[in-house]
Design a protein. Structure first.
Length: 327
């Protein structure tokens, strides 16, 4: 079988390594999924990454010479230009690891490193909900809030590769404390963690809510998913918690609309699955708070790549680099 331009995408996480051989249309030709086993140390993890890449090439019957590039998605913080994983909290013992160089030397294929949110943005832009756009913002809303910026058809990194920290824009001065140390960050008000905190506080105060019943009156069992379930069953408290959180998310998105005038905002992450409980308030907040001409120009849609976003994001990084004149 003859394939068009092929790349390998490797999604390295704290618990799993997902690897795919991907063609230019974003079709995953061969796929491998395995545990990271981060506690075994970086050398063992990198060897598993290399083995997975070799395996997907072998499954498709191609060799290194037929692969244009390798894209690696890794948890931050990263030094993108140097290709170094700095000190990710979910990869213990990884301090300033030259991952790009190690993968490149192990496979004999040009390799490029990117963080997860930026790679997801590029993946959705090339293969998912952002196809056909030039100005797109990707936002992931789950335990935390992150994002990536596609401006004039290119992934925007900023001065030192850290652009797109959407979750740490301030939407409520003197608001709840965020994990970054600031107060009132979007992440502290609209993430899954924020929703869970709000629900636990209400239950702890003895507020009558279905949330407590669904959690078996155990606050530690309360999650954002459980709050969403209570809301869909008509629980007023759960509906209020979600409405407030998603209104703040919408305010954050309105700020992005005013700053960047995007055609599209793509929302991914686990909270995307609550559907209109998220998208309705966000769209209304944008209409209310963004400048009218800018609000009318943007659509807000769910991400499309689902569980493949890591591999396809990594593949998009590789394809973008492979088409760059630096190669």
């Amino acid at each position: 079988m003859v394939f068009d331009q092929l790349v390998v995408g490797i999604d390295l996480g704290g618990t799993k390594i997902s690897t795919g051989l991907v063609d230019s249309a974003g079709v995953i030709i061969a796929h491998d999924y395995r545990e990271t086993r981060a506690t075994e140390g970086q050398e063992a993890v990198i060897e598993r990454m290399l083995d997975a890449a070799r395996l997907v090439m072998a499954q498709a019957g191609v060799n290194q010479a037929q692969v244009a590039a390798v894209g690696v998605v890794a948890p931050g913080p990263l030094d993108i230009e140097a290709g170094v994983v700095v000190a990710p909290p979910n990869l213990p013992g990884w301090g300033h690891v030259p991952l790009k160089q190690l993968i490149e030397e192990g496979l004999g294929i040009r390799t490029f490193l990117e963080n997860d949110a930026n790679a997801a943005a590029l993946g959705e832009f090339r293969f998912g909900a952002g196809r056909g756009t030039e100005h797109m913002i990707y936002v992931t809303v789950s335990t935390g809030i992150g994002g990536g910026l596609i401006l004039d058809g290119e992934l925007y990194h900023g001065a030192n590769g850290m652009a797109g920290e959407i979750g740490h824009t301030i939407v409520m001065p003197n608001g709840p404390l965020c994990g970054c140390g600031n107060r009132g960050c979007l992440e502290a008000l609209a993430s899954g963690t924020a929703i869970t905190r709000q629900a636990r506080e209400r239950v702890a105060r003895g507020v009558l809510t279905l949330i407590a019943d669904l959690a078996g009156n155990d606050p530690e069992r309360i999650t954002a998913k459980l709050v969403a379930e209570a809301a869909t069953r008509g629980d007023v408290e759960a509906q209020e918690i979600l409405a407030e959180a998603m209104n703040y998310l919408g305010i954050g998105m309105a700020n992005l609309v005013n700053l960047f005038n995007p055609q599209l905002i793509v929302i991914g992450g686990g909270l995307m699955n609550i559907g209109e409980l998220l998208f309705g308030p966000v769209r209304r907040a944008i209409a209310r708070h963004a400048l009218p001409t800018l609000a009318q120009a943007v659509r807000v849609v769910p991400a499309e790549l689902g569980a493949d976003v890591g591999v396809l994001g990594a593949a998009a990084v590789a394809q973008s680099a492979a088409s760059n004149s630096r190669l």
